[in-house]
Design a protein around this ligand. Structure first.
Ligand code: FAD
Length: 480
């Protein structure tokens, strides 16, 4: 029995359900990864994300190689080509079964259905396992059998349902006897199924890996496990420190969770072990971090319950009527970190320089764009996705819609963050701001949040009080 594991956003050997199922069921196992750069671009996945993914893939190939499991790589253009190519791969490798972990955005689900159909015609089974979330989307329902639309009741139901569940990670496969797999194969008429992972794919820039790091991030499963272990020492302080961008108070595991170099079960297990198995009522830091894993769960479950989220539509359909501003110049200033509002600008520079932004700042800049500048949340969602090394459709879409009040936020529409008070509260001494904006280096701790007119730094792009009023009116107009 020959099994093929189709890797996608699960680039690890430990606690990988599909890989585990394949090695349990088959004598010989190989893996395959199919790049579809045109589709990735249409999903706004940027250079950082793709370079990180490919670097994780190289690590995965080495880890699989140590176990005598070859990993093949195929570059196509679009998802639509995958079913036919997969049928050829399966047939040429003489695989009798395919194993993959489910992905939940709509286009990924459609692709998977088409692959299932193509393989069915060849009488080859494909098994999609639930691995990206702690429980499969759809498994947590209200009493009337519907999906939850608000986070807090979802969280309560999640804990009630999963409180005692076992999230123990699965072991990595042991070393297997070497099998006779071909070095390369012709697929779609080209000798393009190979055992080499390229530095980049068509349409993407090859990002330099300096000292093995991409923008300061060390790719791969080993680095992910090390970072998780390191976070164990800091998790207790999470509740107190997580909101301060100048402090390394969060786990910074998001790029690994997004590429699947780490599983959410590994995270949950570590935190639950620090909390005597409890999701709540334990240590504040641990409770709080587990809560974030439930946010991740919530947004992923929403994608399946509300496929319109994958079609650029708002969760609250009535907000489709908001009259967004089309001020492209203001948008560009926001992108470049030139709004004249230091906390917003410093955050945008953090994104540009590291491919990552602190969660508090993601909320601040998203509120600023969608409320103060009244620019469509989809512009911001797209820009983020293009730069984030941890880009995850569910979390990004959920975060943007939450900030724009078009999503699942239970608060009324007039939640508008004041960037200056956020700055004073969460970057009290302006350390984060000064790190990214040296022009403000010499200002006092008070002035650094709202600089006086000065050379070398722009005047604020807008008056936050007036634009707050404008945002409230724009949303109020929907009710008339
Ligand atoms: P920690 O605070 O250590 O949290 C641990 C993990 O929990 C994170 O790695 C992440 O997987 C998950 N998590 C934490 N907060 C959230 C949240 N609010 N929603 C969903 N999952 C969460 N997260 C992404 O992974 N990818 C994105 O593309 C993304 N885009 C966002 C866009 C906006 C506008 C906002 C407001 C939030 C976005 N987030 C996104 C959520 C959050 O900002 C990041 O997950 C977090 O900053 C990652 O840092 P960390 O790993 O140190 O998080």
């Amino acid at each position: 029995q020959r099994g093929l594991v189709w890797f996608r956003s699960d680039l690890r050997v430990h606690d990988n359900m599909a890989l585990y199922r394949a090695v349990e069921s088959c004598h010989e196992v190989a893996g395959v990864f199919i790049a579809c750069p045109q589709t990735w671009q249409s999903h706004d996945e940027g250079d950082n994300l793709v370079a990180f993914r490919l670097a994780c893939l190289r690590e995965l190939q080495a880890a699989l190689g140590e176990r005598n499991i070859p990993l093949y790589f195929l570059e196509l253009k679009r998802f639509e080509q995958v079913p036919q190519a997969m049928a050829q791969i399966v047939s040429k490798l003489q695989a009798s079964a395919v194993y993959a972990n489910a992905e939940y955005p709509l286009n990924e689900r459609r692709r998977d259905q088409s692959v299932r159909q193509a393989l069915r015609e060849m009488e080859v089974a494909i098994e999609f396992t639930s691995d990206r979330t702690l429980v499969p989307p759809g498994a947590i329902k209200t009493n009337s059998g519907e999906a939850y639309k608000v986070f807090t009741p979802f969280k309560r139901a999640f804990i009630a349902q999963c409180g005692g569940a076992d999230f123990s990670p699965l072991p990595a496969p042991r070393k297997r006897a070497a099998a006779d797999w071909p070095g390369w194969l012709q697929i779609e008429g080209k000798d393009n199924l190979r055992q080499t992972i390229p530095a980049t794919v068509k349409g993407y820039r090859a990002m330099p890996l300096e000292q093995g790091r991409l923008l300061g991030w060390q790719p791969g499963e080993k680095a992910a496990r090390k970072r998780l272990k390191g976070f164990e020492e800091r998790i207790h302080a999470y509740a107190d420190e997580r909101d301060f961008p100048g402090i390394d108070g969060t786990s910074k595991l998001s790029p690994y969770l997004s590429s699947g170099a780490l599983s959410v079960r590994q995270c949950a297990q570590l935190a639950l072990a620090c909390n005597r198995g409890r999701w709540t009522g334990g240590r504040a830091g641990v409770d709080c971090w587990l809560g974030e894993l439930i946010w991740r769960e919530f947004y992923t479950h929403l994608l399946v319950a509300f496929p319109r989220l994958c079609k650029h539509q708002p969760f609250k359909l009535e907000t489709e009527g908001v009259r967004w501003s089309a001020d492209e110049q203001a948008f560009r200033r926001w992108c470049r970190g030139e709004t004249g509002v230091p906390i917003v600008d410093a955050a945008m520079l953090q994104l540009q320089q590291s491919g990552w932004m602190h969660n508090r700042l993601r909320m601040v800049v998203a509120s600023f764009l969608t409320k103060n500048l009244l620019i469509d949340w989809r512009w911001g969602e797209r820009y983020f996705m293009n730069l984030l090394i941890d880009g995850d459709f569910a979390a990004n879409n959920g975060g943007w819609q939450w900030a724009a009040s078009t999503g699942t936020d239970a608060a009324p529409y007039f939640r508008v963050f004041n960037p200056y008070s956020q700055s004073e509260k969460f970057d009290r001494r302006g350390e984060f701001i000064r790190h990214y904006l040296p022009a403000l280096q010499k200002l006092s701790d008070k002035q650094v949040h709202q600089p006086p007119p000065m050379a070398g730094y722009p005047a604020p792009i807008c008056d936050v009080k007036e634009t707050r009023k404008r945002a409230i009116e724009a949303f109020a107009a929907l009710k008339k």
